[in-house]
Design a protein around this ligand. Structure first.
Ligand SMILES: Nc1ncnc2c1ncn2[C@@H]1O[C@H](COP(=O)(O)OP(=O)(O)OP(=O)(O)O)[C@@H](O)[C@H]1O
Ligand SMILES: [Mg+2]
Length: 186
């Protein structure tokens, strides 16, 4: 069906960089435009699909591979997907890219550790600094930023709305979603 092209917006970025915030804005806008859509948010996935997994490299990789597996099943059937997990390792993100080919759109949600720590939306950075959380990405665990993401949104200099608009513009330009009709000027 026209305008029903599957794709995966694969967000990657530190905790507190803005993945969930931007996802929520995109969900609202895409659904309002009549798009199908499924979201695989890291926090939600870890409560069900990946329940029981921890934060060792092996468990993190398993978690991300599961997300990629489901994102591939959906997107190849014409369902747009947004994944919003930290996905810290480049190699596993590249596996997802290989799996999905040109349906894979890597979105680097960029904010420094300092900024995310200041935001500390969930209070996790404070806990990580206090040693209450081990293996915390950006503090005591690696984060490998993408080398060649399709999109980078800089959440230190943009509002969440601007970041969402930038992503929508990319999707429209590449024909993943129909361009929004110009508002009537009467
Ligand atoms: N341009 C922006 N885009 C997204 N969030 C922003 C932006 N500017 C400021 N923020 C703020 O940054 C915070 C991002 O928190 P959010 O929960 O979305 O992060 P996250 O990447 O989903 O983290 P986690 O990996 O822990 O789930 C929010 O408080 C949001 O208001
Ligand atoms: Mg989140």
């Amino acid at each position: 069906m026209a305008g029903e092209k599957g794709f995966t917006l694969w967000f990657t970025g530190l905790s507190g960089s803005g993945k969930t915030t931007i996802t929520n804005l995109l969900v609202k806008e895409l659904l309002a435009r009549g798009s199908k859509l499924e979201v695989l948010d890291g926090d939600v996935v870890r409560e069900n699909l990946s329940k029981g997994l921890g934060f060792s490299k092996e468990d993190r990789d398993t978690n991300i591979r599961r997300i990629a597996f489901v994102a591939n099943l959906l997107s190849r059937n014409g369902v747009p997907v947004i994944t919003a997990a930290i996905s810290p390792y480049r190699a596993i993100r590249d596996e997802a890219r290989q799996m999905m080919g040109d349906r894979f759109i890597e979105v680097y949600v960029k904010a420094s550790v300092e900024t995310c720590e200041k935001r500390d939306v969930k209070g996790l950075y404070a806990k990580a600094r206090a040693g209450e959380i081990k293996e915390f990405t950006g503090i005591s665990d690696p984060y490998e930023p993408p080398l060649n993401p399709e999109i980078t949104v800089d959440t230190e200099s943009q509002t969440p709305e601007e970041s969402a608009q930038q992503i929508l513009a990319y999707l429209e330009e590449r024909g993943f979603i129909p361009a929004r009709q110009a508002a009537a000027t009467a």
